[in-house]
Design a protein around this ligand. Structure first.
Ligand SMILES: Cc1cc2nc3c(=O)[nH]c(=O)nc-3n(C[C@H](O)[C@H](O)[C@H](O)COP(=O)(O)O)c2cc1C
Length: 382
């Protein structure tokens, strides 16, 4: 049976996954997610990718990798891997942590990852394996499963090949939710960062999938930077919108509008001073939890963009760099650095969202690729 995300029993009491924060290695760690949740109550959070092998080999040490505080719900665990046995074990080991969904990484182009045989985005070339992996993951958990992928790899970049991937994975496994980073990956040795900017975005492929697979759910990802664009993507039909870099680089200006503008909630009136007071309490329990790690610098890292484009921002960052060298608690760190930020900045709630930006999806339905006709369907009707 095909579950819709919104009606799956485990999802019923959550806000709909209209807005999610992308999985980002070394960025969406516990510290960042704590900050993100203090700013938005409704955003769905994703972990960094965890390799199935890491979970399996660290099974006596799992809290360090998998623990999070209950406020972080709804939260999705992203795993990566290419070994069915390890994917099964990893899923089982993660069950007690009660993630709300398990997502499988089929989009990472990093050679470190891709070099391990077939891992990350290379898996898009082997939909049969992805379907097996998803079936194995689903068999070892009772929460929904989803796939995050790109729109193609190297010259396997036609709309039809993308549809074949989606068709095979969704018909041969219990996967009904796909997150589409709407550019292809190049495996020719360009860096992971270049692989997030050089291949062009093709949102028309995403909206083609919505048209051609009406029983599945699709979340759009890639290059979406403001809540206005999030709403525009949803107006054009996307079930969900996932934002990565903008949510990390400008957490306040992006996430600060999510509950009101995307979810229609009344403004909470929360200020950055209040958020930082709570973050400090969290931070002082986190610092040094595992011996020398994490450091104040590790815990404070997600704050780097909190004052983006505000008066005092560059002075605050300079003070932060100096403070990292000797501060041993978050309290010390804030006492030493926040003097750079004017009180009115710290005490003002998020304002109106910027408006009047262009709608990148306004014309998208006139640009769609020709409808998908699966070869299997052709055979069936021949
Ligand atoms: C630092 C960094 C790390 C990332 N790590 C992952 C990851 O672990 N798993 C994954 O599926 N995508 C990863 N991505 C890709 C993002 O999830 C997202 O697909 C991509 O950044 C495009 O969205 P954006 O334009 O909104 O940033 C990463 C991106 C960045 C910038």
């Amino acid at each position: 049976m095909v579950y819709s995300l919104a009606t799956h029993p485990h999802h019923a009491h959550y806000p709909p996954p209209w807005f999610s924060i992308a999985p980002m290695m070394e960025w969406t760690d516990n510290h960042y997610r704590t900050l993100a949740r203090l700013i938005s109550k409704n955003a769905w959070l994703y972990t960094e990718m965890l390799a199935a092998e890491t979970i399996v080999y660290q099974k006596d040490n799992l809290d360090r990798f998998l623990e999070y505080s209950p406020e972080q719900h709804p939260i999705v665990l992203q795993i990566g891997g290419n070994n069915l046995e390890n994917l099964a074990k990893a899923t089982e080991l993660a069950n007690p942590y009660k993630y709300d969904e398990i997502n499988f990484n089929c989009g990472c182009p990093s050679p470190k990852v891709a070099g391990h045989g077939c891992f990350g985005v290379r898996l898009m070339l082997d939909p049969k394996f992805v379907a097996e992996a998803m079936s194995v993951i689903a068999a070892h958990t009772d929460v929904p499963v989803s796939v995050k992928c790109r729109i193609g790899v190297d010259d396997h970049d036609s709309y039809n090949e993308l549809c074949d991937f989606i068709y095979k994975v969704s018909s041969q496994s219990p996967t009904s939710h796909f997150i589409i980073h709407s550019r292809k990956a190049l495996l020719n040795g360009i860096s992971p960062a270049e692989n997030r900017s050089i291949p062009p975005l093709k949102y028309e492929y995403f909206y083609g999938l919505l048209r051609d697979f009406p029983d599945l759910r699709f979340t759009i990802n890639g290059g979406i930077n403001t809540v206005e664009e999030v709403n525009a993507a949803r107006r054009a039909g996307a079930h969900g919108v996932m934002v990565g870099r903008a949510a990390f680089n400008k957490p306040w200006h992006t996430l600060g509008h999510v509950d009101t503008v995307v979810y229609g909630a009344p403004s909470s009136g929360v200020t950055r001073r209040q958020i930082l007071e709570k973050f400090q309490v969290y931070g002082d329990t986190a610092v040094g939890k595992y011996g020398r790690k994490p450091t104040v610098r590790d815990v404070a890292r997600p704050l780097i963009g909190l004052f983006h484009s505000e008066p005092g921002n560059s002075q605050w960052k300079r003070k932060a760099d100096a403070a990292f060298l000797h501060c041993t608690t978050m309290k010390e760190f804030f006492d030493e650095t926040l003097v750079a930020i004017p009180d009115y900045v710290l005490d003002k709630p998020i304002g109106e969202p910027p408006s009047g930006s262009e709608d990148p999806f306004a014309n998208i339905h006139s640009l769609l690729p020709p409808a998908y006709e699966s070869r299997e369907l052709e055979l069936q009707y021949a």
